[in-house]
Design a protein around this ligand. Structure first.
Ligand SMILES: Nc1nc2c(ncn2[C@@H]2O[C@H](COP(=O)(O)OP(=O)(O)OP(=O)(O)O)[C@@H](O)[C@H]2O)c(=O)[nH]1
Ligand SMILES: [Mg+2]
Ligand SMILES: [Zn+2]
Length: 304
């Protein structure tokens, strides 16, 4: 029996990194029947594998309980969870400063997803060679103001890549964000020689598909693990309750509990709402409050 971590999977075959190298393993029949949230075994899962006799194959005999997971709502009508990565420490949300234009409302949703999963979140503003430092900083300033670490990078010029590398060298991170923002390009810059596939934004519109198609976990030379994931066109939240949503906007924190309807205020229409008053005074950024309201009013929340 060997213990290891799942690096990637395709067609029911899992690549498991163990102290004795990487083995390909199949899921044991019994495990296939067990119900787990989302997929049975995903990238980042800690597993025990055993050599099947006879033959060179290995089987996954046991999957450890996950200490964390990045979970989104699976596309489709029926409410279903999809686990993107298990056992991670942080989410690195990558947006481009330009090409594609950053949709900050979507960034807010990624951040809510990270907060609700109790994961550290770092924002990366890539392609600053296209927009310039000053303009990119102005654009993402609100996130720095509310306490997120924002790293300005260019996979093309190498700017900020060292700073990103330092973050990724510790623990398990996941790069996530829309398609074409340069997630794979950044990882290729962080560790030259990785050779992850990248392709031009205009190309992919023509082909109508993403360049990275499945999540895979990369063990960096500096020690950390990082998952490259396919870009998401939309991000459906999973496991986020309406009455908890305010907790996932860190800048609301000083005002929560000061609303007239203290515990039941949804900060949308109630009189005497301390959060809305703060937004009206400009202490909470308009764009962020707007993102919040859209989540409250929308049908974006699962089970709502
Ligand atoms: N100018 C500029 N172009 C970049 C930068 N980073 C990436 N690109 C380009 O942007 C395009 C998309 O890059 P990818 O790395 O494939 O993007 P991705 O986020 O991995 O996309 P998916 O795998 O589809 O999710 C490629 O043409 C890259 O060369 C950058 O910092 N500056
Ligand atoms: Mg990619
Ligand atoms: Zn309120």
């Amino acid at each position: 029996m060997l213990t290891g971590i799942v690096l990637r999977s395709s067609g029911g075959v899992y690549e498991v990194e163990t102290a004795e190298g990487v083995h390909e393993a199949l899921l044991r029949g019994r495990l296939k029947l067990e119900s787990r949230v989302g997929d049975r075994v995903v990238v980042g899962d800690r597993v025990e594998i055993e050599a099947a006799t006879p033959g060179p194959a290995w089987t996954i005999e046991h999957v450890d309980e996950r200490h964390s997971a990045l979970v989104r709502r699976a596309p489709g009508k029926a409410p279903k969870a999809k686990v993107i990565v298990a056992n991670l420490h942080r989410v690195v949300v990558v947006f481009a400063s330009a090409d594609p234009e950053p949709h900050l409302r979507m960034l807010d949703r990624f951040l809510v997803l990270a907060e609700s999963s109790d994961l550290d979140a770092v924002v990366v503003a890539n392609k600053i060679d296209l927009l310039g430092q000053a303009a990119a900083r102005a654009r993402f300033h609100v996130y720095e103001e509310i306490g997120y670490r924002v790293v300005f990078t260019s996979a093309k010029t190498g700017l900020g890549v060292g700073e990103l590398r330092e973050i990724l060298c510790e623990g398990i991170s996941t790069l996530t964000g829309p398609s074409g923002v340069g997630k794979s390009s950044l990882l290729n810059a962080v560790q030259p020689g990785l050779g992850l596939r990248v392709s031009a934004v205009s190309e992919r519109v023509r082909k109508g598909r993403h360049t990275t198609v499945t999540a895979e976990l990369i063990h960096l030379e500096c020690g950390g693990y990082v998952a490259d994931t396919p870009g998401l066109r939309e991000i459906g939240l999973w496991g986020v309750d309406l009455d908890e949503l305010g907790l996932y906007f860190p800048e609301f924190e000083p005002y929560l509990g000061h609303c007239r309807y203290r515990n039941s205020c949804t900060h949308s229409h109630e009189p005497g709402c301390s959060v809305r008053a703060a937004a009206e005074r400009g202490e909470i950024a308009e764009s962020r409050f707007d993102s919040y309201l859209r989540l409250v009013h929308g049908d974006d929340l699962d089970g709502a």
